[in-house]
Design a protein around this ligand. Structure first.
Ligand SMILES: C[S@@+](CC[C@H](N)C(=O)[O-])C[C@H]1O[C@@H](n2cnc3c(N)ncnc32)[C@H](O)[C@@H]1O
Ligand SMILES: *[C@@H]1O[C@H](CO)[C@@H](O)[C@H](O)[C@H]1NC(C)=O
Ligand SMILES: *[C@@H]1O[C@H](CO)[C@@H](O)[C@H](O)[C@H]1NC(C)=O
Ligand SMILES: *[C@@H]1O[C@H](CO)[C@@H](O)[C@H](O)[C@H]1NC(C)=O
Ligand SMILES: *[C@@H]1O[C@H](CO)[C@@H](O)[C@H](O)[C@H]1NC(C)=O
Ligand SMILES: *[C@@H]1O[C@H](CO)[C@@H](O)[C@H](O)[C@H]1NC(C)=O
Length: 862
């Protein structure tokens, strides 16, 4: 008995799944039948929806497909599956095989981008669609490019004669002469068997899969695009087909795959090359259920198919989604390219790409590929001190030696975004949400204080990216945008991609109004070639930010939405909505002051409100991004106001902190802080025309009259040209980590916003990366003499200014909010400082850090 049970249990389970599946399917089938619209044409290629479904259902679940007995292996089985439903194939698959247009759009976008940047508009391309079935995809591609003009030849390779027949009819109807239907096993398809009519002796690589690593020398020809749309899962010998892709693919060609899959996130935990894993995990029930279900139709969903693809090629983009119509079947889209740069017996190539990226990230010397010899690259490796290597470099070297693909960031079209490990707690703590949808720092004042030039190397906190973009308008040599929160950087990437790919009207809709009804299709067909895989995934999962009809657009997302919502709520409940409108349309400062003083201030600033809402630490943190340490500084200033006449930072002692202070002062301190923030702003700038920072909070979107400078048509004109962002590097890390990896004496400007306020003043441990001492020492090392640090603080005299002065900086307070004056249009901070590096610190650490970099810099100025 005991031995009997285990043997039947798995079968039982399987049978149960099958039954559950079949029942569900019937239900879904009914939905499908009801939602399918009969085609208006009504010819034999589009039979009625009900008939379609019956035939599909019969072929999929009732008809035994063991072949017709001629013993022709897979073709037999395929044919027995498809023969009965070839005619209804397209009608029944429209919804089942979802996402095909998206994959085609992504692939087309890459090809169009390539032809734009390489100026190869006239060059014709080759496209191979493996398992192309009825040719539906090839016809659907015409939504993105004109198939007869864009491609010189298109090969549809399919093993099922009856589907090939449908395809032939389709292309005869369309009159597309460049499409060739090849009824053949994908394992044996070779391009050179078909492209032999090219006159100039195109040398296709005949390399078999086994000598893949020998692919060097000038490779001419090959497919520029290979697609597998829901066919990889139907090919039993998928290893052989995937291997054959690398010899089929042109050196700069791309592969597009869409298919069903199931996978547990556990499989991926040690991989850094997948390009993000948003939604990739499928729970255990889904994994069992969908595999068992698809097994019936000989469709293999096991993770290995996708894993092998990702291992054999470099990942450009990947995204996971669900087909909800049929009960959330998981599917993925993937774009890949040859992982060639890792090929180990082409000595210069891998070093070149790695060095180039490394140089880009760390401000170490860049060696041109032409001058680049192996000896030189070895010197770089041995001479640059290890801590000056970028993290991207570390990842690349380890994965190179393990013969793995490089992280997906290396295969992207732009090298803006630097690789980071998204599994680290310091990044996951943000829970896929950005805090700032807009930046609360006055870029006009920054520009006046900094006066960036073409020589400047700037490091700044990303936030929402607004200020990064405003710095980019001065075209400094390099901008390092740094943020620990990956989602802030995703937002910046989106903005940069939008400059690169969209006309001003769309750009304005996205970031001026914060809404765009076509965001998803723009993301796929225009923005995707300019984004990293992770940013793309993020926005694909969050298209509702711009598109939701219920939502209020970009500026009511992220942590700062709470502030806007509270203002809206207050305005409604306390009934001063019309007054706010009046405030925003005030023509003169006097008018504005009057409305404020008479109608709004008394209500908004009522102490009751303050106690209920504003003094809540939790609220402040979420809505304004005020961390506890900063709150403590505000309180300290409230209790011990700095002497207004002598605001010399060095003379006043570091202010004490109020851990022990009674709570009642907290509310008052914050109230006073708010009053000092708002009153002078109302007094000195017209909100409706000149103060986008308050306009966005009160209005929820910008207006053509009033917006940050990065949103103007002139800025768009300037930043949409190609070299505009060549110097941009987006780091997802702490400032300290980035600064410590920069080559010494290279940085000229560091904009820290209020981030120093977040540090804890008692953290004196010099080894801790969060101590002010460590950060300032690192900044000193990275900055040139004369290099500047710009920062703002909630305190009039922040406790860390003397620390700067002790570590080689001269401090100057360039703005202070004293007696009703404004430091800028935001006026959120009490003071603004510029700290200039006046001397190098003695090399305290006797290790390589201080010595190495500058010496090497000279060595390599060849
Ligand atoms: C689910 S259909 C997808 C058809 C089409 N790509 C689409 O998206 O509508 C899978 C296709 O893979 C084809 N196929 C399966 N094994 C194959 C093989 N070894 N060689 C070529 N094609 C194959 C089948 O004939 C079938 O047309
Ligand atoms: C090699 O480098 C030098 C100095 O950087 C440069 O002037 C020269 O043009 C380079 N050679 C080539 C072939 O690019
Ligand atoms: C790829 O490189 C990273 C970076 O060091 C490493 O952590 C990771 O384990 C490597 N991947 C594999 C599969 O070894
Ligand atoms: C790669 O991923 C692993 C696992 O998440 C992680 O431990 C490792 O630090 C990562 N390496 C890099 C360079 O991101
Ligand atoms: C993806 O979108 C869903 C629904 O909007 C959300 O719950 C989830 O957190 C998102 N995931 C990421 C990684 O953004
Ligand atoms: C002040 O508030 C904190 C929580 O916000 C509480 O833990 C603490 O006991 C309070 N102190 C006094 C003196 O009320």
């Amino acid at each position: 008995m005991a031995s009997f049970i285990p043997r039947t249990l798995p079968m039982d389970l399987h049978a149960k799944f099958y039954l559950v599946g079949a029942t569900l399917f019937l239900l879904v089938g009914i939905i499908l039948t009801l939602t399918l619209r009969p085609s208006s044409k009504g010819n034999e290629e589009s039979p009625s929806a009900f008939e379609s479904f019956l035939r599909f259902f019969y072929a999929s679940f009732l008809k035994p497909h063991n072949g017709d007995g001629t013993g022709n292996g897979q073709q037999d089985a395929l044919e027995s599956f498809y023969k009965a439903q070839a005619g209804v194939y397209d009608t029944t698959r429209k919804r089942l095989l979802r996402g095909r247009e998206d994959m085609l759009g992504l692939a087309a976008a890459q090809l169009v981008h390539k032809s734009d940047t390489e100026g190869t508009h006239d060059v014709k391309r080759i496209w191979v669609d493996i398992g192309g079935g009825t040719g539906w995809n090839i016809e659907a591609m015409s939504e993105f490019v004109s198939v007869p003009e864009f491609f010189s030849s298109v090969y549809l390779v399919d093993f099922s004669p009856s589907l090939c027949e449908v395809a032939r009819k389709r292309f005869a109807r369309l009159g597309w002469k460049n499409v060739k239907v090849v009824c053949q096993d994908a394992r044996t398809f070779r391009l050179e068997d078909h492209e032999d009519n090219t006159p100039d002796a195109v040398t296709f690589r005949r390399s078999s899969a086994s000598n893949y690593y020998a692919e060097d020398g000038p490779n001419v020809g090959g497919a520029d695009l290979i697609t597998l749309s829901y066919s990889l899962s139907m090919i039993p010998d998928f290893y052989s087909v995937i291997d054959s892709l690398s010899s089929l693919l042109a050196p700069s060609g791309i592969i597009g795959v869409i298919d069903f899959y199931v996978q547990s996130i556990v499989d991926l935990s040690c991989r850094n090359y997948t390009g993000g894993a948003i939604n990739r995990h499928v729970n255990w029930f889904g994994r069992l259920f969908w595999r068992a279900w698809f097994d019936v139709d000989r469709v293999g969903l096991e993770p290995g198919r996708r894993d092998y693809l990702e291992y054999r090629f470099g990942t450009i983009l990947g995204a996971d989604s669900r087909n909800y119509l049929l009960g959330s079947i998981p599917y993925y889209m993937w774009l890949g390219c040859s992982k060639k740069p890792t090929s180990l017996n082409t000595p210069n190539y891998p070093h070149e790409i790695v060095d180039r990226l490394d140089a880009a990230v760390t401000e170490s010397p860049y060696l041109s590929p032409v001058n680049h010899t192996q000896a030189l690259s070895r010197t770089v490796e041995s001479s640059t001190p290890p801590e000056l290597r970028s993290k991207a470099f570390d990842a690349a070297i380890i994965n190179l030696s393990a013969n793995l693909p490089l992280p997906s960031f290396f295969y992207q079209n732009h090298h803006w975004r630097i690789h980071y490990d998204d599994q680290l707690k310091k990044h996951t703590q943000f829970k896929h949400e950005y805090i700032y949808a807009f930046t609360w720092e006055d870029s006009r004042v920054d520009n006046r204080l900094l006066k960036l030039g073409s020589e400047d190397v700037v490091l700044a906190i990303t936030s929402a990216g607004d200020n990064i973009l405003s710095y980019a308008l001065s075209s400094p040599a390099r901008i390092h945008a740094v943020d620990m929160n990956p989602n802030q950087n995703h937002l910046l990437e989106l903005k940069v991609a939008a400059y690169s790919a969209l006309p001003y009207a769309d750009f304005w809709k996205l970031f001026g109004e914060g809404r765009h009804a076509d965001f998803r299709s723009l993301l796929i067909s225009r923005l995707s070639p300019h984004m990293s895989s992770r940013a793309f995934q993020y926005w694909l999962n969050n298209t509702h930010v711009f598109m939701s009809s219920r939502g209020k657009g970009l500026y009511e997302t992220g942590g700062s939405r709470h502030a806007i919502r509270i203002i809206r709520l207050l305005a409604r409940t306390l009934g001063f909505r019309t007054q706010i409108k009046a405030l925003l349309s005030a023509k003169t400062l006097n008018e504005q002051r009057e409305i404020w003083a008479k109608d709004i201030r008394p209500i908004l600033m009522s102490r009751l409100l303050n106690y209920l809402l504003v003094s809540q630490e939790k609220f402040l943190w979420a809505a304004l991004g005020v961390p506890p340490n900063q709150l403590a500084m505000i309180e300290a200033d409230h209790l011990h106001p700095a002497p207004e006449s002598t605001p010399s930072p060095s003379s006043s002692p570091p202010l004490s902190h109020s851990q022990k202070k009674p709570n009642s002062t907290r509310g008052q301190a914050v109230w006073e802080y708010m009053a000092q923030t708002l009153d002078p702003v109302i007094d000195s700038s017209l909100l409706g025309t000149d103060n986008p920072y308050y306009l966005i909070c009160l209005h929820g979107s910008y207006t053509p009259r009033c917006h940050p400078d990065y949103l103007s048509p002139q800025s768009h004109h300037k930043l949409s040209r190609t070299p505009a962002f060549d110097g941009l590097r987006i780091h997802t890390d702490s400032i300290n980590d980035v600064v410590s990896r920069l080559a010494p004496n290279t940085l000229t400007v560091a904009v820290l916003m209020d981030s120093m306020d977040w540090l804890h003043p008692c953290d004196e441990d010099p080894s801790s990366s969060s101590s002010a001492n460590t950060q300032i020492t690192q900044l000193n090392r990275a900055l040139k003499i004369g290099g500047r640090v710009l920062l703002r603080s909630a305190a009039l005299v922040p406790w860390y200014v003397p620390v700067f002065e002790g570590l080689g900086f001269g401090a100057k307070r360039v703005g202070a909010r004293i007696k009703g004056s404004c430091i800028d249009r935001v006026n959120m901070y009490a003071s603004c400082y510029v700290l200039t590096k006046i001397r190098n610190l003695p090399a305290v650490d006797s290790n390589t850090r201080a010595r190495g970099g500058s010496v090497d810099l000279e060595d390599f100025e060849i």
